[in-house]
Design a protein around this ligand. Structure first.
Ligand code: APR
Length: 232
């Protein structure tokens, strides 16, 4: 590997799988028994807000029963010890990266432990159930919804991500199927700017051909090995 200073790590549902959080595209293509379109689109929220809120309430409640695994902890170690620039961009809405200790972290698809006002756009930390029609403390509209980026909505902090991609010497993708854009296209952007590219996944992702190197296996094993290799 050439001289690596700036690293961008992209993570997906696969990194939380060994903690017991279901991935999106599991057997049958269902997410916890639901079609993604029924719980993860603005149309679904409009059609059946009670269902969508209940679904994310259940996901939020589930967080209390899961713990970060060796892969989250290894990335936190990298974050603490890496002297160059590092940004961990996660597509996950769970809080396992931060509970594992990661600091240089960005949730591009929102967060379960946050509520978003559909009226004024304010975001605030949220614990427990979030019934439809909950009042926004900022603007008093009864418009709080789960702070989740639905299909068809713009992911958070794309400007920061684009800058980090342009400056990255190494792009690493962990536990993501490469099925959902724009995240699925990050590897091509990173390559365009001259970065090394590495994929750590249970199986080849849809974008596997774009990576210079792919290592297949569980994140709980591959990520600590890779971090050890990088830091030593
Ligand atoms: N270790 C490594 N990879 C794993 C593991 C594991 N233990 N278990 C599963 N994987 C891999 C799967 O093989 C798959 O390629 O993780 C990937 C998970 O893919 P998805 O379920 O599609 O999750 P993700 O890529 O994060 O989904 C992207 O889609 O539904 C939307 O917004 C949602 O953020 C999500 C986005």
């Amino acid at each position: 590997m050439r001289d690596i200073r700036n690293i961008l790590v992209l993570t997906g549902a696969g990194i939380s799988a060994e903690s017991g959080v279901a991935t999106f595209r599991g057997p049958g293509g269902l997410w916890e028994g639901h079609r993604v379109e029924d719980v993860c689109t603005p149309q679904a929220l409009h059609r059946d807000p009670a269902l969508v809120h209940r679904f994310y309430d259940a996901r939020r409640a589930q967080l209390a029963g899961v713990e970060p695994n060796a892969a989250h902890r290894a990335l936190a170690r990298l974050d603490a010890q890496w002297p160059g620039a590092l940004l961990i961009v996660t597509q996950n809405v769970d809080d396992l990266h931060e509970r594992g200790g990661a600091k240089r972290l960005l949730h591009m698809h929102g967060e379960l432990r946050s509520a978003l006002c559909a009226d004024c756009g304010a975001r605030r930390p949220w614990e427990g159930a979030l019934p439809p029609g909950s009042e926004c403390p900022a603007c008093e509209a009864e418009a709080l919804r789960p702070d989740i980026v639905f299909f068809g909505e713009m992911p958070y902090r794309m400007d920061t991500i684009e800058r980090a991609l342009a400056g990255a010497d190494l792009f690493v993708s962990i536990g993501t199927s490469g099925a959902v854009y724009p995240a699925a296209g990050f590897v091509q952007t990173a390559r365009y700017h001259g970065a090394e590219t590495l994929e750590l996944n249970l199986e080849p992702s849809e974008g596997s051909v774009w990576f210079a190197e792919s290592r297949m296996g569980p994140a709980g094993m591959l990520v600590p090995e890779w971090v050890e290799q990088l830091l030593s």
